[in-house]
Design a protein around this ligand. Structure first.
Ligand SMILES: [Zn+2]
Ligand SMILES: [Zn+2]
Length: 445
């Protein structure tokens, strides 16, 4: 997942509608199950034929002469075909609908499948040989779902509002650019933004966010800021230039504290990891972000230490990763792992790994960004590339222990830090000014 460059998009003039891919071709599904939430629903095919449904129904790819179309089978065995099926409530208003087996955390260490419910319009069709489900809804409803999917409903209101402005700006800045060839504007996962339909906190979140409907971050260039955010910076925000490979207008690396640090984190990373001042002053440190993680994290997040963490992986696992994820063949052992070039937050941006294969020949992998480094060092995905590495073994590496900081790419809003700021009594505007210091807060509609 390399980030595309955000386009220079001006502010929207009115609230748009957004189409979200909730089951996408990459999920490789040939069928999906849906169920109206309480009442009966109407399913309409593209040639206008309608059928009432209640209870769980299957929608699968049609076979034979009807290839390329989808077929609904309801709980009484009734069928409906079409190249596109759209689901409505009986009164013409969109009904809440359950969809089974929605993939969350695609490719990350928290990947899972969930039943989720959705408002708005749901369409089901075949794309690239697989079932695709698209949910179309008003942008502000989408944003309330993103905010309540990203973090728990106990997060302070000012944090939720700050998060909504970041999510709205990010979505608008990248509108369609990550899914140019797909039949939806955004996907439902961390690749775009986490969208889990009608979450537990959805309704209370909608009420809270009404304080900042249509509010965006405007970068110094006048375009909407691609307002990146992440779970925890670990005490210092990362450099977009070094993390993504390009400058992001309006975003800068800085300490996640009221004042700057007196030293450079990239030069004294080990010191930074244990620095008492950072533990006491970073907004995302457990001392300041004091709510229990079970209350502030989103439903799919793993309850672990986000600010500082330890992680050990065996060389066998790393060799399997080199083969499975990076296509090397016949790897026998690891000779060395040498990360280099830290960004201002301490995140490594380069890494070289040397192997021997079964014929005794040397092979190497060279990584030039934090994303690949994180992909290599964990069977799913490593929390962040800000770490100290301790490789054990003589001649050959037997295992690797990492002591790290933060969770995510570290650019823009630090969610744990934003919660810490709100708990310290800062307003949503203070939070946005801290994390996006060069941006202006503007209301577009
Ligand atoms: Zn996406
Ligand atoms: Zn932070």
């Amino acid at each position: 997942m390399r980030e595309p460059k955000a386009l220079n998009i001006p502010l929207p003039e009115k609230e748009p509608k957004v189409s979200v891919g909730i089951v996408i071709a990459e999920d490789l599904k040939k069928s999906v199950r849906i169920k109206p939430c309480c009442k009966r629903c109407v399913v309409r095919s593209d040639d206008g034929i309608e059928r009432l449904i209640e209870g769980w129904c299957d929608i699968s790819l049609a076979s034979g002469s009807k290839g390329g179309t989808v077929e609904l089978t309801d709980n009484k065995g009734g069928k409906l075909h079409g190249s596109r099926l759209t689901i409505f409530s009986q009164r013409g208003k969109p009904e809440r609908l359950f969809v089974d087996s929605i993939t969350v955390g695609r490719g990350f260490h928290w990947e899972d499948e969930k039943v989720q419910s959705f408002t708005g319009e749901i369409t089901v069709f075949s794309h690239k040989g697989f079932i695709v489900v698209v949910n179309t809804l008003p942008f502000e409803e989408y944003i309330a779902s993103v905010v309540s999917s990203e973090m728990g409903k106990s997060c302070p209101a000012d944090f939720q509002i700050a998060q909504s402005v970041a999510a709205r700006s990010w979505a608008w800045a990248f509108w369609g650019s990550k899914h140019r060839d797909d039949p939806y504007d955004v996907c439902n996962d961390d690749d775009c933004q986490r969208y889990q339909g009608v979450t537990d906190g959805f309704n209370s979140c909608r009420r809270i966010l009404s304080a900042a409907t249509g509010v965006f971050l405007k970068a110094p260039s006048g375009a909407v800021c691609p307002a990146y955010y992440h779970k925890s910076c670990g005490g210092h925000l990362a450099s977009p230039q070094m993390v993504f490979g390009y400058e992001v207008d309006g975003l800068v690396p800085k300490a996640d504290m009221e004042k700057e640090l007196s030293y450079r984190v990239d030069q004294k990373f080990q010191y930074f990891l244990a620095d008492k001042y950072v533990y006491e002053n970073a907004y995302c440190a457990p001392l300041n972000c004091t709510l229990p993680k079970s209350e502030i994290l989103g439903g799919v997040d793993v309850d672990m230490e986000y600010f500082r963490w330890d992680y050990t992986i065996s060389s066998e696992d790393l060799c399997s990763i080199a083969e499975d994820k990076f296509g090397l063949k016949g790897i026998k052992a690891i000779l060395s792992i040498v990360p280099s070039q830290r960004d201002p937050s301490g995140r490594y941006c380069k890494m070289k790994v040397e192997f021997t294969d079964t014929s005794g020949e040397k092979k190497e992998l060279v990584f030039n960004n934090q994303y690949e480094i994180r992909k290599f060092l964990h069977p799913k995905f490593l929390y962040s590339s800000a770490f100290e590495i301790i490789a054990e073994g003589k001649g050959e590496v037997s295992k690797v222990t990492l002591r790290g900081a933060g969770w995510g790419h570290g650019v823009g809003l630090c969610q744990m830090g934003g919660v810490g700021m709100a708990l310290a009594g800062k307003s949503w505007k203070d939070i946005l000014c801290h994390y996006y210091p060069r941006c202006e807060i503007v209301k577009a509609y």
